[in-house]
Design a protein around this ligand. Structure first.
Ligand code: HEC
Ligand code: HEC
Length: 399
C-alpha cells in the first residue's frame, strides 16, 4: 500500500459512510425513532451508537498497515494530552467518557490508535461525531491526546452515558440524545441552545446557522451579548488568548436538515428559555443581602419574561426585617420548617436588571432561592436556582 494509502482509505470510507448514515437517518429518522423508542434497552448505559458503517479506526488501521501509520505526525506528550483531556474545551469527554473509557461514543483509552487515523476522524469524522478544526484542537494537541489514550490501560467496560435516554422520549429528543448526540453535551432538554434562542429570539434559520456554520455563527452571537451580564450560554473556552469555540462542526451530509429540523421543533416546543439569572451577595450591613435579577438577552432582540417570581428561602431561625425592590409580596410558608420571601416583577426585558435587597434578623450563610416566570410558558427547565456567591463566580456554566 502506498504511504498515504490508509489516510485515503479512511477518508473515502468516512465520506461514503457519513453519506450512508445521513441518508438512512433522513429516510428513516421517524421509523428509527419509534423502533428505538419501543426498544429502550438499546439506549442503556454502555451501549454506543457506533455505526457498523464506521469500523473502529484501530481495526481499519491494524488490518491495513500497523507499523507505518504510527510513525506519522508530531511526537505526542502524554502529560499534555492528559491536561487537554481534563480541561475539556472540546468536550470530547461528554461523549467518549471522563477517562476516555467510552460512553455514548467508543472507547479511546488503550486502543493504540495511530495519530493519522485519529486526526482524520477529528477533522473529517465518519458517522455522527462533529468535526473539530485546528483552532479548536491543533495537530500537536491531537498527538498529545493520542499519546495520553495510548498510555492508558484498555478499560473493562464503558462508562454510563452522560445524558441517558429517558423513558417515553419524544422523537426529537430521541434524535438529540441517542441518534445525533447533541444532548450528550447540552443535556436532555437542550437548555443552553434554548437560552441562545431566547437571547436573540432566534428562529429555525438562526438555529441551523448555529449548527452548520457554528464556528462563525457563534462568534456573531457572542458579539451581541453584553459581557457585563451573567453568562447563561457558555462563552469561549481555553487559556487567555485562545478564545476557542468548543462545539464541533456538523455537515448536512452527516446531519441532514430534516433531522435537525425535528430536533429544533422539539426544542422550540419545550419553549424558548428566558435567559434569567440572579446574583446573590452579602450586603454591607450585617444580615443584609442583595439579589440582582437579570435578563441576559440581547437588547431589542431577546424575549422578555413576564410574571417573574423571585423567592429567597429563609433560614428557619430568621425573620425578614426589611426589604427593597419591585413587587415585594411578603413571606409565604415553604414547608413546616421554613419560609420564602417573594417578589413578583411584572416584566423583565432583555438586559434589564432588578436589584432586590433583604435584611434578616439572623445571618443566612446558605442563602439561596429560585426564579420562576409565567410567560413564556416552557415545558422543561421552569426554574432557575441561585445561591449566595462565595468569592468567585461559582460553578462554570455547563454546556
Ligand atoms: C457528539 C459526541 C461526540 C463527541 C463530542 C466526540 N466524539 Fe469522537 N466519536 C463519536 C462517535 C459516535 C464515534 C464513532 C463513529 C460513528 O459511528 O459515528 C466517534 C469516534 C471517534 C474516534 C474513532 C474511534 C474508533 O474506534 O474508531 C476517535 C479517535 C474520536 N472519536 C475522537 C474524538 C475526539 C478527540 C473528540 C473531541 C475533540 C471527540 N471524539 C468528540 C462521538 C463523539
Ligand atoms: C461537543 C459538545 C457539543 C455537542 C455534541 C453539541 N454542542 Fe451545541 N454547543 C456546545 C457548546 C460548548 C456551545 C457554546 C458555544 C461553543 O463554545 O461552541 C454550543 C452552542 C450551541 C448553540 C448556540 C447557542 C448556545 O447555546 O450558545 C446551539 C443552537 C447548539 N449548540 C445546538 C446544538 C445542536 C442542535 C447539536 C446537535 C446537532 C449540538 N449543539 C451539539 C457544545 C456541543
Amino acid at each position: 500500500m502506498p504511504r498515504f494509502g490508509i489516510a485515503v482509505v479512511l477518508v473515502t470510507l468516512g465520506f461514503a459512510q457519513a453519506g450512508m448514515r445521513a441518508a438512512s437517518a433522513k429516510a428513516s429518522a421517524p421509523e428509527a425513532a419509534s423502533a428505538k423508542a419501543s426498544a429502550p434497552e438499546a439506549a442503556q448505559d454502555g451501549v454506543t451508537p457506533t455505526s457498523p458503517k464506521c469500523p473502529s479506526i484501530s481495526t481499519a488501521v491494524s488490518s491495513a498497515a500497523p507499523k507505518r501509520a504510527s510513525a506519522q505526525g508530531p511526537a505526542g506528550d502524554r502529560e499534555s494530552g492528559k491536561a487537554i483531556w481534563a480541561l475539556g474545551n472540546t468536550s470530547c469527554r461528554n461523549c467518549h467518557g471522563g477517562d476516555a473509557e467510552g460512553a455514548f461514543a467508543p472507547t479511546l483509552a488503550g486502543q493504540k490508535f495511530p495519530f493519522d487515523a485519529v486526526k482524520n476522524q477529528i477533522r473529517k469524522p465518519c458517522g455522527i461525531m462533529p468535526a473539530f478544526i485546528p483552532s479548536q484542537l491543533t495537530d500537536q494537541e491531537v498527538a498529545d491526546l493520542v499519546a495520553y489514550w495510548n498510555s492508558l490501560p484498555a478499560p473493562a467496560k464503558p462508562a454510563a452515558w452522560r445524558t441517558p435516554l429517558p423513558a417515553g422520549a419524544a422523537p426529537g429528543q430521541l434524535l438529540a440524545i441517542q441518534l445525533i448526540g447533541c444532548a450528550q453535551c447540552h443535556g436532555a432538554t437542550l437548555d443552553t441552545p434554548r437560552h441562545g434562542l431566547a437571547q436573540v429570539n432566534g428562529d429555525w434559520e438562526w438555529f441551523k446557522h448555529q449548527v452548520y456554520e457554528h464556528q462563525t455563527a457563534i462568534r456573531g452571537h457572542w458579539a451581541q451579548l453584553d459581557p457585563s451580564l451573567p453568562q447563561v450560554t457558555p462563552g469561549p473556552a481555553g487559556p487567555p488568548g485562545r478564545n476557542r469555540v468548543r462545539m464541533g462542526n456538523y455537515e448536512r451530509k452527516q446531519l441532514p436538515e430534516p433531522v435537525l429540523r425535528q430536533i429544533f421543533d422539539w426544542a422550540a416546543d419545550l419553549g424558548y428559555l428566558p435567559p434569567l439569572a440572579a446574583e446573590a451577595m452579602a450586603g454591607a450591613q450585617a444580615n443584609a443581602y442583595t439579589v440582582k435579577v437579570i435578563n441576559a438577552g440581547v437588547k431589542n432582540k431577546g424575549i422578555a419574561a413576564e410574571g417573574v417570581n423571585v423567592s429567597v428561602i429563609l433560614p428557619a431561625s430568621a425573620n425578614v426585617v426589611s426589604t427593597t425592590g419591585t413587587g415585594y409580596q411578603g413571606t409565604q410558608p415553604l414547608d413546616n420548617m421554613s419560609k420564602v420571601a417573594v417578589w413578583r416583577l411584572p416584566r423583565l426585558g432583555p438586559t434589564e436588571q432588578e436589584m432586590l435587597t433583604i435584611t434578616l434578623s439572623a445571618p443566612a450563610p446558605d442563602l439561596h432561592g429560585t426564579i420562576r416566570w409565567a410567560k413564556p410558558e416552557v415545558k422543561a427547565d421552569q426554574v432557575v436556582l441561585f445561591a449566595l456567591r462565595r468569592g468567585g463566580r461559582g460553578a462554570q456554566a455547563s454546556n
